[in-house]
Design a protein around this ligand. Structure first.
Ligand code: KE4
Length: 427
């Protein structure tokens, strides 16, 4: 595969940017090799600077459910930018996006727009702490909520002890209140709450894990968490930065009919521009400045360009039949990949919820972080490069999600399955 220009670009970018990238996963560390530099995207395709075309299943890590450069999104941005790009003052556009979100997401009665998923989750946790007056938080091993200090934590020994930093530069004190439990294990949550009575402000989780591949919640798991947290006055926060408007217009909470106290959003609600959001019950969100004493702010929060892209995206997703159309595309892809691993006698676990999916190279059923780790990541790396050479662009990491957009075609799906079959036959 000719990626000479990407290599040159990468060598230059490393002179000015750490690792040559502005987000670590883009550096291909877990699959090896040098990253592709992208020239442009159009629909379900992306094109690198060497002129290679790929069917894109990364979708900018989730936002591009309408594909690249969707005319409605571009028109919305172009329509907004003629009036200026940012005012640092309220605009009616922000109210329009907030109204769309409130009307779509069951748990959200009132919502604050921010600029990223990280801002959304760190702010939601601060609100939960301010609202409850408690300091500790519970997170799930393998769930990622952005890079706020308190969330870069790993489990200490035993459920009652303190969280430990999972990144250098995070003081132990910043994660000591962060308790970590396995996904799909409600008993571990119960035990942690019992070991820390009246001290836990919130439990935050991705209702469908999208940062250790894709892992659906076990039947009843989310409902159990809802009951346990309600019983103990703990704020239940769904981080739906990936799943919001992805798996259903109302997110995972509407798919599984479990309503948290707060929800974090990002990615899709910005239509490919920087938007995050956190919201929930009015009673809790009253804590947020200027109404309450939990401070959170942002220069470009709710800026008209990003908000216009988000509005155009959500209005398109609100149209009847959109998620059925997505399902009609993803189902044959999922079936085709399953058939391909079977046909080639490759041990694999295929997980999918709606248009987010991941294939693990393991004979185990992947239900949590521990079982996800049984995947043969070397094999995943070879699968990644084999597909790339055949014009299919999947996540350069086993522990991410794959995404199908509304503008993928049956031809794209057929080509992808053929490419996967060819690669798997040589794995
Ligand atoms: P951002 O700050 O990257 O906008 O959002 C953080 C975040 C929060 N919550 C969830 C569930 C997320 O998945 C993310 C970010 N996702 C990663 C990839 N899974 C973004 C890609 C990257 O880090 O470059």
């Amino acid at each position: 595969m000719n990626n000479k220009k990407s290599l040159e670009a990468w060598q230059k970018s490393q002179q000015f940017i750490p690792g040559g990238v502005n987000s670590p996963v883009r550096a291909y560390r877990s699959v090896g090799g040098n990253p592709l530099f992208i020239q442009r995207g159009n629909g379900a395709k992306i094109y690198d600077i060497d002129g290679n075309e790929y069917i894109d299943y990364v979708a900018s890590w989730g936002p591009l459910i309408l594909g690249h450069a969707h005319p409605r999104v571009l028109d919305a941005i172009q329509g907004a930018m003629g009036s200026g790009t940012s005012f640092g003052a309220p605009t009616e556009l922000e109210t329009d996006l907030a109204e769309l979100i409130v009307n779509a997401v069951p748990s959200i009665e009132i919502v604050r727009l921010v600029n990223s998923g990280t801002e959304a989750t760190m702010s939601a946790i601060r609100v939960a702490r301010g609202y409850t007056g408690r300091d500790k938080i519970i997170k799930i091993a393998g769930c990622y909520h952005g890079h706020a200090d308190a969330l870069l934590a790993k489990a200490g020994s035993g459920v009652a002890t303190f969280g430990l930093p999972d990144s250098s530069g995070v003081p132990a004190d910043f994660t000591r209140h962060t308790l970590t439990v396995p996904f799909n294990d409600a008993d571990a949550v119960r035990q942690t709450i019992e070991a820390n009575p009246d001290q836990i402000a919130c439990l935050i989780l991705e209702p469908i894990a999208g940062n250790m591949g894709v892992i659906p919640p076990h039947d009843g798991y989310l409902q159990e968490l809802r009951e346990i947290t309600a019983e103990h006055g703990i704020v239940l926060i769904f981080d739906e930065v990936i799943t919001g408007f992805r798996v259903a217009y109302g997110g995972a909470q509407s798919l599984y009919n479990v309503t948290p106290d707060m929800t974090c959003l990002g990615k899709i609600i910005g239509g490919g521009l920087p938007v995050g959001a956190y919201g929930g019950k009015k009673e809790i969100m009253q804590s947020v400045a200027p109404l309450g004493d939990v401070y959170q702010a942002g220069t470009l929060s709710g800026n008209p360009l990003a908000v216009s892209a988000g509005i155009a995206t959500l209005k398109t997703l609100a149209e009847p039949g959109v998620y059925e159309q997505l399902e009609n595309l993803v189902q044959p892809l999922a079936e085709g990949l399953q058939d391909a691993t079977k046909r080639n006698a490759i041990d694999a676990c295929h997980n999918r919820v709606g248009s987010m999916l991941m294939l693990y190279f393991t004979d185990k059923t992947v239900v949590d972080y521990e079982s996800a780790q049984t995947s043969n990541t070397d094999r995943y790396g070879r699968y990644f490069w084999g597909l790339l050479e055949r014009g299919v662009y999947i996540a350069p990491s086993q522990f991410e999600a794959g995404f199908v957009s509304l503008v993928h075609t049956q031809t794209d799906i057929d080509q992808t399955v053929q490419a996967a079959d060819a690669v798997l036959s040589q794995l």
